[in-house]
Design a protein around this ligand. Structure first.
Ligand code: AMP
Length: 462
């Protein structure tokens, strides 16, 4: 998962990109980068680590120009290495180019082998570079046209923002797995922005215009906006964005995330009521769903777990040792809330089950009389190959164990997951939009070839 940002036609492009990335920090904490363009020259600041650590006043001052692209990254393909930090930049026939990518290509290995056999040399092991190499071979001077040609070859998930001296190009795969939204900076008639989520717009005083459509290539230049549909969109929006990934204050694909999450919590309360005294969220990921559960059930909402916000998202750290240590670093129980109480603990998802297990223990050790775990999504049974960092099937507790076995593993008094139908109803509100639910169902909208999967794993080990 990653966050992407692009801005065109603004005198403060670098500063606004930097601020935008702050709002997208939750989408990836491994590295951050901004590339700006002045005349025909690209200027880049890219570092491992958080946005706040990457950009100093001095570094931002070295990013001139009125257009910029930015990226926050966590690894889904390619290693967690400095050479893979995005935006990636290249010199091409028609000038310098930068690209920021959220998503994951499922045929990157095949394409890479083909390109290497034909003489291409890769400078990173990120799947994103495949797009650049394909663009280098495409015909035409127009960036959007060359991107369009390149994208006919790739399959999988991509929300892209590219920067050249001609302007910015944004593109979204035909299924629209990952979000991408277009906005305008208030008070700057010709300043357009694109970002993974609208929360990036709120911070910089931009307003949402519309979503970039699945299958659309959007070219933003000094002479205005041009849109081309590379293929008819066949939306399969990622439902997990609404469950977990996106910020609750964001609007993605024209639905407010907060309300969807409340609806999931409400539905969870209907499907899995509990004899309890209060509801507590696992902060922050279970916060809004727990509120929904409380509203629907009438049980009081309390903060029974306190979160240390100065520790990064633990699951996201690639190393196991850090992840396991993480829960204690991050969460502590509030005994005054929990002592002697029957508690409903709401979280958004169970992946390996290790977090829930530790939380149940924390809550019990703080004196809770009973711990009922409620999860606002179905069991994760399949890995995501479209850009969310899930482990292999073997590590997913939901793929190997039924609900009762999982309950025993996490040592809860009861365990209830939101049903797939309940999730889709809550996520869709009143319209019947199509979601990708592969992580819960194994129903992959873009087929996964064995080779690509092997490649992904091999690269992660690099
Ligand atoms: P686990 O211990 O593996 O069951 O992890 C479950 C916790 O990880 C839940 O609290 C989720 O909010 C969180 N989580 C689920 N998916 C992801 C993800 N892709 N990246 C980071 N955290 C996640």
């Amino acid at each position: 998962m990653c966050g992407v940002f692009g801005i065109h036609g603004h005198p403060e492009a670098a500063n606004l990109a930097y601020l935008g990335l702050h709002s997208l920090q939750h989408r990836g904490q491994e590295s951050a980068g901004v590339v700006t363009c002045e005349d025909s020259t690209l200027h880049a600041v890219r570092k491992m680590g958080h946005v706040a650590a990457t950009f100093t006043r001095e570094r931002l001052a070295r990013l001139p120009g009125t257009s910029a692209v930015g990226h926050t990254r966590y690894t889904t393909a390619g290693g967690s290495l400095p050479k893979n930090i995005q935006p990636l930049t290249v010199e091409s026939r028609s000038g310098a180019l930068a690209i920021a990518h959220n998503g994951n290509l499922v045929n990157a290995e095949e394409l890479r082998e083909e390109l290497e056999a034909d003489g291409s040399i890769f400078s990173s092991n990120s799947d994103t570079e495949v797009i650049l190499q394909l663009m280098a071979r495409a015909r035409g001077d127009d960036l959007a046209a060359r991107l369009g040609q390149a994208l006919t070859r790739v399959r999988g998930a991509y929300s892209l923002v590219l920067l050249s001296s001609h302007g910015i190009v944004a593109a979204r795969d035909p299924h629209g797995f990952r979000p991408l939204v277009l906005g305008k900076v208030r008070g700057h008639e010709n300043s357009w922005v694109v970002a993974s989520e609208t929360c990036a717009f709120d911070l910089i005083g931009a307003e949402r215009v519309r979503d970039v459509a699945p299958g659309e290539i959007l070219s933003i230049r000094a002479d205005g906006l041009r849109s081309v549909m590379m293929r008819r969109g066949d939306p399969r929006y990622c439902v997990f964005e609404h469950v977990y990934f996106a910020r609750p204050d964001s609007r993605i694909d024209d639905l407010g995330v907060y309300n969807r999450r409340v609806a999931m919590g409400r539905r969870l309360a209907v499907e899995h009521p509990a004899e309890a005294d209060l509801v507590i969220p696992v902060p922050d990921s279970g916060m809004v769903a727990a509120l929904g559960y409380s509203k629907q059930s009438g049980l009081p909402f309390e903060i029974g777990l306190s979160r240390n916000h100065y520790v990064g998202r633990t699951f996201i750290e690639p190393k196991d040792s850090i992840r396991h240590f993480g829960v204690k670093l991050k969460l502590n129980a509030v005994p005054d809330v929990l002592r002697g109480k029957r508690v409903v603990v709401v979280d958004d998802s169970v992946v390996r089950g290790t977090t829930s297990r530790k939380i149940v223990k924390l809550v019990r050790d703080a004196g809770a009389r009973a711990v009922h775990v409620r999860i606002s999504s179905p069991p994760v049974t399949h890995p995501c190959y479209y850009g969310i960092n899930t482990p292999t099937r073997d590590e997913l507790i939901g793929s190997k164990h039924d609900v009762e076995e999982t309950r025993r593993f996490i040592t809860a008094d009861s365990l209830g997951y939101l049903s797939p139908e309940g999730l889709l109803e809550a996520a869709s509100h009143s319209d019947s939009r199509q979601y990708c639910t592969a992580c819960f169902t194994g129903d992959y909208p873009v087929p996964i070839e064995r080779a690509s999967v092997r490649h992904q794993l091999r690269l992660i080990e690099v």
